[in-house]
Design a binder for this molecule. Structure first.
Ligand code: TYM
Length: 411
């Protein structure tokens, strides 16, 4: 079968050249990656089946399963006719305790992507130092953020979970992209304007070029989809512009990414000032509900939430406090606006706020329990970080060698 032996030889050579630890995957069916085989004829399908046996893939109907991302990648390189997977990437800064805004606007959506996607979720510690951090806290928080990712349902065997600074290519590509980003573009970033007014004593160059580093996070993995809250939309558009500009100069190099912004929870507001975003750096502890707050704290904070003088549970632009609480309640109960309005018709705000607090606390309870369990095993978290960084670095290297070649760097 010439088709098979030709590709098989190619693949055998690649596997022989691959790092040792990637060579002999012990298949655990719970931890598999999948390749779709599209509309192939019988002869080719038979080849895949034979191939699967030799290289420890599992072949079932139209799918090839592999536990090792590297094998997976080598397979795709060898059989380019096979449909590619879409890539998802997002990140969260380890710059404070994470809020229900981070949870509902971003992390919970990370888990919405099925196994057909290649998924990268990083803890963006390089971004965090644009604002002064206490080193001991910055050292602790990546573990917490990673454990939270996992506690929120990101299975480390199916998602690549890693710490940004463990893959130096982020900073390297960040610098390169700085040279393809205009001063005027960065000056227009509203988050830069906000943060530089809040931290006027430390308006550093990193704060200014932060969005190019974010573009680098995204473009490094040829990302198709970026799940974020609405506050990141402007940064995402910049990443698209940078990718398009680079592609125009050098030919197709980067995938131009799309955002995935969930309509209902794209902007969770502060409980104390419901026209402002809920933010982990808010100095008022009653304004923010943290994912890891105790049930009592959560209920207390919701009881204090700012509403209005109408005493009517109704979703409306001129009722930002009540509308925000309805959004949060809906996110934890799955109910529609009409259902929530009907449920609390004729009730005072007291009952409503208590119900929101309870729904939120109960919804987060499993995350809190799982977080505590995961944090007790630091060695496991370290192993996850390490494996994630190795895996991410593999993909990052591929993009970097393409970028270096296109720009004209000597390899
Ligand atoms: P960060 O760490 O500020 O926030 C993490 C994610 O949470 C979302 N978010 C919210 N969503 C709804 N309501 C809120 N109140 C709320 N607060 C925060 C954010 O939109 C974000 O999705 N620059 C990013 C981190 C980043 C990144 C990336 C994201 C760095 N590189 C690459 C995506 C892809 C940031 O500061 O997020």
């Amino acid at each position: 079968m010439p088709f098979f032996s030709h590709f098989c030889r190619q693949l055998q050579n690649k596997v022989a050249a691959a790092p040792k630890e990637n060579r002999f995957p012990a298949l655990d069916k719970r931890k598999v990656r999948v390749i779709m085989i599209k509309n192939e004829n019988t002869a080719k399908r038979r080849s895949y089946a034979a191939f699967a046996e030799i290289f420890h893939f599992v072949f079932v109907e139209n799918h090839l399963f592999s536990q090792k991302p590297l094998y997976f990648e080598l397979f795709k390189e060898t059989f380019p006719m096979i449909g590619d997977m879409k890539t998802v990437l997002s990140g969260v800064q380890p710059s404070g305790n994470l809020t229900i805004g981070n949870y509902l606007g971003a992390i919970r959506n990370f888990t919405a992507f099925p196994d057909e996607y290649k998924r990268f979720y990083c803890v963006v510690d390089l971004h965090a130092i644009t604002v002064r951090q206490v080193p001991a806290e910055l050292r602790r928080r990546p573990y917490e953020t990673l454990a939270l990712y996992m506690a929120c349902g990101l299975d480390e065997t199916k998602n690549t979970l890693f710490v940004q600074s463990h893959v130096p290519a982020h900073a390297e590509l960040g610098w390169i992209l700085d040279c393809y980003t205009m001063f005027g573009e960065l000056s227009r970033m509203t988050q830069f304007k906000d943060k530089s007014s809040k931290h006027s004593e430390n308006v550093n160059a990193g704060l200014f070029t932060y969005p190019t580093l974010m573009a680098s996070d995204i473009l490094l993995y040829q990302t198709d989809v970026v799940p974020v809250g609405i506050d990141q939309k402007q940064h995402l558009e910049l990443a698209r512009n940078i990718a398009e500009r680079f592609n125009q100069v050098y030919g197709d190099t980067f995938t131009v990414p799309d955002g995935y912004i969930s309509k209902d929870t794209m902007k969770i507001m502060s409980l104390a000032e419901p026209t402002a975003k809920m933010s982990k750096s808010d100095p008022n502890p009653n304004a923010v509900v943290y994912i890891l707050d105790s049930k009592d704290d959560i209920i207390r904070k919701f009881k204090k939430a700012v509403t209005d003088s109408e005493a009517e549970v109704r979703f409306s632009e001129d009722k930002p406090g009540v509308s925000n609480l309805i959004t949060i309640y809906r996110a934890f109960t799955g109910k529609s606006v009409e259902e929530v309005e009907a449920e609390f018709r004729g009730c005072g705000y007291g009952d409503f706020k208590l119900a929101v607090g309870e729904a939120c606390a109960d919804g987060l309870a499993p995350v809190r329990d799982e977080f505590a369990r995961l944090m007790a095993d630091k060695a496991h978290l370290e192993a996850v970080m390490k494996a994630g960084a190795d895996e991410a670095a593999y993909y990052a290297r591929k993009t970097m060698s393409k970028v270096r070649r296109k720009i004209g760097f000597v390899n």
